[in-house]
Ligand binder design. Structure first.
Ligand code: ATP
Ligand code: MG
Length: 455
C-alpha cells in the first residue's frame, strides 16, 4: 500500500446520528440476530495497522503510563437500533466508472437485503453513472428515466456481467446531483465505483452537509486493478485475475511452441500493478512482470531488452506480463489527452514493447516469434467467480447495515478480514499503489528472478 501519513483524525466517522438525532428504532434484524451479533458504535473498532511496530508508533507515555491511540476504523455490521424508518425511506443506487465483475451481484444484494430484511419499499436505480442525476432545473425533467428496483426485477442479474443500471464517466456535478436527490426525496444513496466515483461521492457528501439535508451516502468500492485505499481488495479482482491468467497461459503456450518464442500480455492496471503481479504469481512461470510502480530502463547492459534476449536464448521461450500503466515515461512527451472523467489516456505500452523487442532481435540478427495478447475489456465484462460473489454479498449487506443505521459519508472498507466504515475524505486522499516491499511483489521477484529495479 502506498505510504501516506496516517493521522487519527482521518478515521473519525461522521454519522447522521450526530447530525439529525439518535438511531432509535429497533432493527428488523432482531428476529434473526442475537444481541452479541450487533455492532456497538465506539466499542467495536478495527486497527488500521495491525503490526506491532504500528501499535508502538501509536503509543505515547502519559503520567507514567503508556497510552495507545492507534488509528482505527469503525467496524461495519448490523446495529441494534436503526435511524431510518424503512416504511418511508427512499433509496437510490448508482454505478459509475468502468465495469467490474460483480456489479450486478452488489446491486442485487443491496436490493434484496434492503427489501427482504429491512422492509424498504422504495428503491431506484440511477442509469449511466452520475449523468443519471442530470436534469433540467426548470422542467425538472431527467436526462434518463430512473428504474424502480425490487427483488423480482433483480432476479438472475448476477448471471450477467456489466451493470444492469448502466455506468458512465464524467458529469459529476455535485450541486446538480444533490438537487436531483432532493427533487426525488431520496434518503439513502449508494454509489458503487472506483477512486473517481468515491472522490465524487465525497463532494456530494460535502454538499449534503452544507445544505444540512437528511441524506445518507454510502460508497461501495469497485476496483479490479486494486487502486482504492483502505480495501485490501474488492469484488471483481479475483475474477479478473482468473481471466488474466487465461491470457497469460495462452501467450505462454504460443511462446513455448515456437523457436525463441515470446508471449506478451497487457493487463489492466493504470496506476497499480496488483492485478498483473497477482496473475503472474498465479502462473508461476512468468519471466518478466512490468508494473507502473517500477520504472523500466529499456536500453543498456542491465536494461530490459538485453535481459529479454538473454533469457530467450537461455530458456528457449519467455512470457512477459505488462500492466497498462507501466513504462509511460518511455513515450516521448506529447499533448496529454484525458477521458470524460479527467483520467489521463495512457499510451499503449503493449504495442510499444512488442515493436521494441522485435526490433532488438532483428538488430542482433536473432530469430524470434512474438505473440501479443491484449485481453483488455474481457477482464472486466465477465461474470463473477464464486469467491467474488460471496464478497459482493457481504459488501452489499454491510453497506445496507451502515445506511440504515444512519452512517454517512463513508465507504465500506475491507482489511484484515474485517469490513469497516472508512470516511470518504480518507479514501479521496490518494490512489492505492503496489508496495514493492510487500508480499505479492516479493513473490513476483522470487518467481521471475528479474531485478528489483531496472535502473
Ligand atoms: P474505474 O477507474 O475503476 O473505472 P472510477 O470510479 O475511478 O472507476 P472514473 O471514470 O474516474 O471511474 O470516475 C467515475 C465518476 O466519478 C465520473 O462521473 C467522474 O466524473 C467522477 N470523478 C472522477 N474523479 C473525480 C474527482 N476527483 N472528484 C469528483 N468526481 C470525480
Ligand atoms: Mg479510477
Amino acid at each position: 500500500m502506498e505510504t501516506i501519513e496516517i493521522k487519527p483524525e482521518m478515521f473519525l466517522i461522521e454519522s447522521l446520528t450526530q447530525t439529525f438525532g439518535q438511531a432509535n428504532q429497533p432493527s428488523p434484524l432482531k428476529t434473526s440476530f442475537q444481541t452479541e451479533n450487533f455492532i456497538e458504535d465506539g466499542k467495536d473498532r478495527v486497527l488500521v495497522d495491525i503490526s506491532l511496530e504500528g501499535l508502538l508508533k501509536a503509543s505515547r507515555p502519559d503520567s507514567g503510563k503508556i497510552v495507545f491511540q492507534p488509528p482505527t476504523f469503525e467496524l461495519a455490521g448490523p446495529r441494534e437500533k436503526i435511524f431510518w424508518n424503512p416504511e418511508n425511506t427512499k433509496v437510490a443506487i448508482v454505478t459509475c466508472g468502468g465495469l467490474a465483475p460483480g456489479l450486478n451481484n452488489v446491486i442485487q444484494n443491496l436490493v434484496t437485503f434492503l427489501s427482504d430484511r429491512y422492509r424498504v419499499k422504495n428503491i431506484y436505480g440511477v442509469p449511466y453513472g452520475y449523468q443519471g442525476f442530470m436534469h433540467d432545473p426548470q422542467t425538472k425533467r431527467f436526462a434518463f428515466g430512473w428504474r424502480r428496483l425490487d427483488p423480482f426485477s433483480v432476479q438472475n442479474i448476477d448471471f450477467e456481467g456489466g451493470s444492469v443500471l448502466g455506468t458512465g464517466r464524467g458529469h459529476s456535478n455535485h450541486v446538480a446531483i444533490v438537487d436531483a436527490l432532493m427533487l426525488r426525496d431520496i434518503n439513502i444513496l449508494f454509489t458503487i465505483g472506483g477512486d473517481g466515483t468515491l472522490a465524487g461521492a465525497n463532494e456530494i457528501h460535502e454538499e449534503i452537509k452544507r445544505r444540512k439535508v437528511p441524506i445518507t451516502l454510502i460508497g461501495i468500492p469497485k476496483t479490479i486493478d486494486n487502486d482504492v485505499l483502505w480495501v485490501s481488495k474488492t469484488f471483481g479482482f479475483e475474477s479478473a485475475v482468473g481471466k488474466a491468467v487465461e491470457a497469460l497461459r495462452c501467450a505462454q503456450t504460443e511462446a513455448r511452441s515456437a523457436f525463441h518464442g515470446i508471449g506478451l500480455v497487457k493487463i489492466m492496471g493504470r496506476n497499480c500493478g496488483a492485478l498483473t503481479a497477482t496473475a503472474a504469481v498465479a502462473m508461476n512461470d512468468i519471466d518478466f512482470v512490468l508494473v507502473p510502480e517500477v520504472p523500466i530502463k529499456l536500453e543498456g547492459e542491465n536494461g530490459l531488452l538485453d535481459a529479454i534476449v538473454r533469457k530467450v536464448i537461455d530458456k528457449g521461450y519467455i512470457t512477459i506480463a505488462v500492466a497498462e500503466g507501466a513504462g509511460q515515461d518511455l513515450f516521448p512527451p506529447s499533448e496529454i489527452e484525458k477521458d470524460a472523467s479527467g483520467n489521463i489516456k495512457l499510451k499503449d505500452i503493449g504495442k510499444f514493447l512488442q515493436k521494441k523487442i522485435v526490433d532488438e532481435f532483428k538488430l542482433r540478427n536473432i530469430e524470434t516469434t512474438l505473440k501479443y495478447i491484449d485481453p483488455s475489456y474481457m477482464l472486466r465484462s465477465q461474470t463473477t467467480s464464486a469467491d467474488d460473489s460471496v464478497f459482493c454479498a457481504k459488501l452489499g449487506q454491510n453497506a445496507v447495515h451502515a445506511a440504515m443505521a444512519g452512517k454517512t459519508g463513508c465507504m465500506i472498507g475491507y482489511a484484515h478480514e474485517r469490513f469497516t466504515h472508512v470516511p470518504l475524505a480518507s479514501v479521496a486522499l490518494s490512489k492505492k499503489r503496489l508496495d514493492t516491499n510487500e508480499s505479492i511483489w516479493l513473490s513476483v521477484l522470487a518467481s521471475t528472478g528479474q531485478p528489483a529495479s531496472w535502473e
